[in-house]
Design a protein around this ligand. Structure first.
Ligand SMILES: Nc1ncnc2c1ncn2[C@@H]1O[C@H](COP(=O)(O)OP(=O)(O)OP(=O)(O)O)[C@@H](O)[C@H]1O
Length: 192
């Protein structure tokens, strides 16, 4: 199997050189293979989100390096090289429904592909495909995302990431705060 993501001696210190300095990642080494499904488990505050946010270079290592496909992320990586890279690494943050903003479900999901240069027609097609993938009925497409249930809102938010057709999908506690039914729906869609 091709090596896809690897961490080499990754350290991350929040607020270095201050009395509040916090070592959140301590010499992390790991490899995640292409085509695999990996869960990171740990106590609250153990560094799971910090680790996940390194994979799309939202934060950079204090030292060490992360290889994601052909990209290497180090302390020296500059943001200007990262827009194309982030297109391939979809990140679903905790409580992603908090980032919904558009007046309709379909417009919300189209936003990402359009922002990355797709025509409105192509973005709409990508959005429809992503919404199908997360089982959102067509009759909801023109509704406000804020009129949906919590589980539906979360699925629309995930569709917004899937519409970018990422090669890597990172989900940070995707079922947090959902009821058992919502929990089951999200885990089924992630597996699909
Ligand atoms: N922006 C920040 N500034 C300073 N310290 C931070 C920051 N973000 C996280 N930390 C600290 O880094 C450590 C790891 O946090 P992180 O959020 O990665 O943990 P987690 O395992 O994802 O936790 P949870 O399960 O509660 O989401 C914690 O001690 C946290 O307080």
């Amino acid at each position: 199997m091709d090596k896809e993501i690897s961490f080499s001696n990754v350290n991350h210190v929040y607020e270095p050189d201050s009395p509040l300095a916090k070592l959140a990642l301590d010499n992390v080494n790991l490899t995640i293979n292409r085509g695999s499904f990996t869960a990171i488990i740990g106590h609250t505050g153990s560094g799971k989100s910090t680790l996940a946010q390194h994979i799309n270079a939202l934060i950079k290592p204090t030292s060490g390096s992360i290889q994601v496909g052909a990209y290497e992320i180090t302390n020296h990586t500059t943001n200007k090289n990262l827009k194309r890279f982030r297109q391939h690494v979809g990140m679903v943050f905790q409580f992603p429904e908090k980032q919904l903003f558009a007046e309709t479900v379909i417009k919300d999901v189209m936003f990402g592909p359009q922002n990355y240069g797709q025509t409105p027609a192509d973005a709409q097609q990508a959005a429809i495909a992503a919404l199908k993938l997360v089982n959102i009925d067509e009759e909801l497409f023109e509704k406000s995302p804020f009129d949906l249930s919590g589980g539906q809102m979360r699925r629309v938010a995930i569709a917004g990431v899937l519409a970018m057709n990422p090669e890597i999908l990172i989900l940070d506690e995707p079922t947090a705060g959902l009821d058992p039914e919502g929990h089951r729906e999200i885990m089924t869609l992630v597996k699909n």
